[in-house]
Design a protein around this ligand. Sequence first.
Ligand code: CA
Length: 234
Amino acid sequence: MNNTNKLLVLVVEDDAPVRNLITTTLKAHDYRYITAANGEMAILEASSHNPDILLMDLGLPDTDGVEVIKKIRSWSDVPIIVVSARSEDNDKINALDNGADDYITKPFSVEELLARLRVTQRRLASKYKEGNASSVFENGDLKIDYGAGCVYIKNEELHLTPIEYKILCLLAQNVGKVLTHTFITQKIWGRSWESDLASLRVFMATLRKKIEVKSGNNQYIQTHIGVGYRMIKV
Ligand code: CA
């Protein structure tokens, strides 16, 4: 976190009207910001200003946004929100697989942008609070005791299959972050075949059902159609 209480956002966007919309919004909502209009500047600004959040356009004049994300990821775990056009859907998934945390699709509303920023902020806050050594994960009524391998909802044990447990842990360890189908299937099965994708859908449906039945709440796991899943910090 930077010295002041206001978060510093690096806005990487070559399209001036979009950049202005974003910076005006940030300014009106108490964020500080710096801007970069191409990939080279983005890397320079990210390394010299250590921003708290990155808003990253993928279609840049000099480099592919995904390449910029890869570079920045080699030294920084700053949250990266991809700002992409619908035509860049595959790039968006590629960006998530290469370390981006979240995405927003153009054209977007100011409310959408602010909501994405809030999700990221909550994630940052919980990361600072819990540190990395925590062996118990808590999110609302959901609790995972990694040591015991047990999951609880409202202190009642939830009976999960080993695969469901692995998927839930993966989502929990990346709470607030969108995980792509490929990322999840790679982590769970070590590969990403069509059949794994179908299995993932089935496991995810039963996992959500179990959580929902006990908690009366289906807000924990979000589906991003055609992209993947995310656990929400409730
Ligand atoms: Ca662009």
